[in-house]
Design a protein around this ligand. Structure first.
Ligand SMILES: [Zn+2]
Length: 112
């Protein structure tokens, strides 16, 4: 509402100036113009603040997506040559290689 009012005020002022120059004193005109500018800038500042918050949120989302992506890409590029984290019956570390994307071999997968 405030924006609409300010906009209307501005357009009306411009239309008036375009026609006959108003006989109002210069100082008064300046004050009105300054108030218009201030109101206009406040509206713009509010809009920019909203845009900044929106952009920050979008940036945060993109950064979060990027933070999650490299792991998936790396997992694809370098298929896990990881040793199984499971243990054999006599307590020793399993010597098999883990399945890609898993920390366990085929045998220990089900014992998780
Ligand atoms: Zn194993």
């Amino acid at each position: 509402m405030r924006f609409l009012f300010a906009f209307c005020f501005l357009v009306c002022g411009l239309a008036q100036q375009g026609g006959a120059p108003p006989p109002a004193p210069a100082a008064k005109q300046d004050k009105i113009a300054m108030r218009q500018q201030i109101a206009d800038m406040k509206v713009k500042a509010f809009e920019m603040q909203t845009q900044i918050e929106l952009l920050e949120k979008q940036l945060h989302d993109v950064e979060e997506a990027e933070a999650n992506q490299p792991l998936a890409v790396n997992a694809k590029q370098a298929p896990a040559k990881v040793r199984c984290s499971g243990h054999t019956k006599d307590g020793k570390r399993c010597t098999r290689m883990a399945d890609p994307g898993s920390r366990f071999c085929w045998q220990h997968k089900s014992h998780r």
